[in-house]
Design a protein around this ligand. Structure first.
Ligand SMILES: C[S@@+](CC[C@H](N)C(=O)[O-])C[C@H]1O[C@@H](n2cnc3c(N)ncnc32)[C@H](O)[C@@H]1O
Length: 246
């Protein structure tokens, strides 16, 4: 699958461009996210949290945590995790996350770290569970990012990935395709003042492996896939996998 960069005509690697893009859109990210998804993104994150809750994981890492919504939701699991780490490459996104974490008094549970998913600053076998929501599609090197998540998981530890996918059912496929390719970039560009960032969103989803192809990428990185569940007619998919015991 071809990897797309946010600013096709500009200099810099995909990773550099993605970091710059998220730093730029960070102040508007939450507002636009909930508006353009009509709030469905919150429902999907809640499902990820329920899966992690069933795994009874005391130490959790949320990769590409962005403005921290998933890390904050994970900190609310009962019994409470001992620690939730949130790692992200964008300082701008993490600054928003830090504000939200301290507003909720969660600074003793949530540890935010500026870090690249392809070189995570954690020792091997440290985490009981790793999550990543709408992050893997943005990695410069998907295989390396998945291998890193595998490395920092304890054997038997779980990975839960939430990522956009493509609806297959007529006529929803066509209607959603039109919204995603035309309406969403127009609104996103207008509000964020970064049209290319919201052109990149549908382009990156179109060129990203979904379903069996993503499961294959997980296996290549050393995971055993437990299940994939398409969400809301296939707009997104939740993948659950674990690091094998041996
Ligand atoms: C679409 S946002 C998702 C944020 C958050 N997980 C959510 O659900 O709202 C993607 C995030 O991935 C981060 N990201 C992209 N590439 C990364 C990398 N190589 N390492 C760490 N974070 C990365 C971006 O900075 C951005 O915050």
């Amino acid at each position: 699958m071809m990897s797309v960069k946010p600013y096709a005509q500009a200099e810099g690697s995909k990773k550099e461009q993605v970091t710059a893009m998220f730093n730029r859109i960070a102040p508007k990210y939450d507002f636009l996210n909930h508006l353009l998804s009509m709030g469905i993104d919150k429902l999907w994150r809640r499902r990820v949290v329920r899966i992690v809750a069933r795994k009874k994981a005391p130490v959790v890492l949320d990769v590409a945590t962005g403005t921290g919504d998933l890390a904050i939701a994970l900190a609310g699991i009962h019994p409470k995790p001992t620690a939730v780490y949130g790692a992200d490459i964008s300082a701008g996104m993490l600054a928003r996350a830090a504000q939200k974490v301290s507003k909720r008094g969660l600074q003793h549970t949530i540890v935010l770290k500026e870090a690249d998913s392809e070189a995570l600053p954690f020792t091997d076998r440290f985490f009981d569970a790793v999550t990543v929501a709408f992050g893997v599609r943005n990695f410069g090197d998907l295989h390396q990012g998945l291998c890193e998540m595998n490395r920092v998981l304890k054997p038997g530890g779980s990975l839960v990935v939430l990522e956009f996918s493509r609806p297959h059912i007529f006529p929803f496929k066509q209607l959603y395709g039109c919204y995603f390719a035309h309406v969403l970039p127009w609104w996103g560009g207008l509000i964020s003042k970064d049209k290319e960032a919201y052109d990149y969103l549908p382009a990156s989803v179109l060129h990203f492996p979904e379903g069996k192809a993503f499961e294959e990428a997980l296996v290549q990185a050393g995971f055993e896939v437990e299940k994939s569940r398409r969400q809301t007619l296939g707009i997104a998919t939740i993948y659950v996998a674990h690091r094998p015991l041996q």
